[in-house]
Design a protein around this ligand. Structure first.
Ligand code: UD1
Ligand code: MG
Length: 452
């Protein structure tokens, strides 16, 4: 790994009109995190000393997201979107006082990996003055083409609109990601003009300027997938698909079994332990960690949850933020858990809602139990002791506490605390009328016969 200090400049001022969205493009999410968030995470992984994010005017939401993901980032506002070179110059003051390398990244290219960026920095070490990340495009239309000179260095980047027919046949394209030395960059940018088809100040022009001044530019290549730029919703879906495939492979590499990997959806931060078995159609929202040996049956939706070792979840379970499922606990079908701790070995197996609750170790929660946590104004907690037994179809009206080892008779509406080891029963006494059904049937049969 290169030890020189690193500054990153992330360009995010473009409007992203092709997304047809009220939301700025770079706030659209891949794997549950904004595209900008993904790029900031990579710069953090690289240990960047300083990160500058260039945004457009009236992009407060982008600024807020940048600062949420990277509180130390500098925010720079480019008032006119007159080209990528000008965008970098907007953040010129962010370079002052730094030395080492600069990486220029696009916030709409969320799948870049730290490994690739390290390869670019290593190329700077080997004597290149500028390094451009290139890729072989299946369809190069629209991209800047990389023009390699006779000696094998990069002589220039030609934007699609300015390219000759011959140059348009080149498939080696510019991803937009570039590496420079801090000391060279401002002077290079100052020399960029806007005499081109779009009348913009192109960052790509620095390559030609540099090579005419004895600075050599090199290309580091990566796959097209890694530099997929998101401009429209179909590309957002393509990027998501690539992200998901990476996440599935990484979960399997780390020792999880995914029976039908293409049907399991991960978030950027999902943690899956060893010998976890995930059946088809499971969705992991952000903030999930699954410990070793857990079994997740088909059709579960899980977010903001910790699942302890050896627990069994689903099928058809919904675990919402704040769910904490203990060691070897069971959460069964049509069960919803929210902001609730389910103790070691506890069982919540059928058709139940446990919201704002603490369920003790070894407790058994019968089918159809509801923790009534909300009175229309406030949320309240339900506490269920260790080894308590809650009979089916009970409503526990919070705030309420059920003591250790207590029994709740089926169908009870529990509004008062229940002592440890007691039985609480809240329902009318059962009545029995001997022979009533037989008499009733006889009367009705006669009536029906008369009526013909
Ligand atoms: C750019 C490259 C092209 C490359 C392609 C890869 C230039 C001149 N061209 O073209 O060689 O093949 O990316 O996708 O750099 N931005 C600003 N301020 C501006 C203009 C753009 O911040 O004034 C930001 C955009 O938000 C975006 C990035 O810079 O994140 C790239 O801009 P875009 O207009 O998409 O450039 P391309 O035409 O795609
Ligand atoms: Mg683009």
């Amino acid at each position: 790994m290169t030890r020189r200090p690193l500054v990153t400049v992330i360009l995010a001022a473009g409007k992203g009109t092709r997304m047809k969205s009220e939301k700025p493009k770079v706030l659209h999410a891949i794997g549950g995190r904004s595209m900008l968030g993904h790029v900031l995470a990579v710069t953090e992984q690289l240990g960047a000393q300083s990160t500058a994010v260039v945004i457009g005017p009236e992009m407060e939401a982008v600024r807020d997201e940048a600062l949420r993901q990277a509180p130390g980032a500098g925010i720079w506002i480019q008032s006119a979107q007159d080209g990528t070179a000008r965008a970098v110059l907007t953040a010129r003051d962010a370079l002052a006082g730094h030395s080492g390398d600069v990486l220029v990244l696009y916030a709409d290219t969320p799948l870049l990996t730290a490994d690739t960026l390290e390869r670019m920095r290593a190329r700077l070490d080997e004597g290149a003055g500028i390094v451009v990340l290139g890729f072989e495009a299946v369809d190069p239309a629209g991209y800047g083409r990389l023009l390699i000179d006779e000696s094998g260095w990069l002589g220039a980047i030609r934007e699609d609109k300015d390219a000759s027919d011959g140059e348009r046949c080149i498939r080696l394209c510019n991803s937009g990601v570039m590496a420079f030395r801090v000391d060279d960059l401002p002077a290079l940018l100052d020399r960029v003009g806007n005499n081109n088809a779009k009348g913009e100040f192109y960052l790509t022009d620095v390559v030609e300027i540099a090579s005419k001044n004895g600075l050599r530019a090199a290309v580091v290549e990566c796959t097209e997938d890694e530099v997929l730029g998101v401009n429209a919703r179909n590309q957002l879906a393509e990027a998501e698909a690539i992200f998901q495939n990476r996440a599935r492979l990484s979960a399997m590499r780390d020792g999880a079994t995914l029976i039908a990997p293409e049907t399991v959806w991960f978030s950027y931060d999902t943690k899956i332990g060893r010998d976890v078995v995930v059946e088809p159609n499971v969705f992991f929202g952000p903030g999930v960690s699954v410990e070793d040996g857990v079994e997740i049956k088909a059709n579960c939706y899980i977010e903001g949850t910790r699942i302890g070792r050896g627990a069994r979840i689903g099928p058809f379970a919904r675990l919402r933020p704040g769910a904490d499922v203990g060691l070897k606990a069971h959460i069964g079908n049509f069960v919803e858990i929210k902001n609730a701790v389910i103790g070691v070995g506890a069982k919540v197996n059928h058709l139940t809602y446990m919201g704002d609750a603490d369920v003790g170790a070894g407790a058994n929660i019968g089918a159809g139990t509801i923790a009534c946590n909300y009175d229309g104004f406030f949320k309240h907690r339900t506490q269920i002791g260790n080894n308590a037994f809650v009979g089916s179809n009970s409503s526990l009206v919070a705030p309420v506490t059920i003591g250790d080892g207590a029994y709740i008779g089926s169908g009870s509406v529990i509004t008062k605390n229940v002592s440890a080891d007691a039985l609480a029963l809240e329902r009318s006494a059962q009545e029995e009328r001997t022979g009533w059904a037989a008499k009733f049937r006889a009367i009705m049969t006669r009536r029906k016969a008369k009526a013909g």
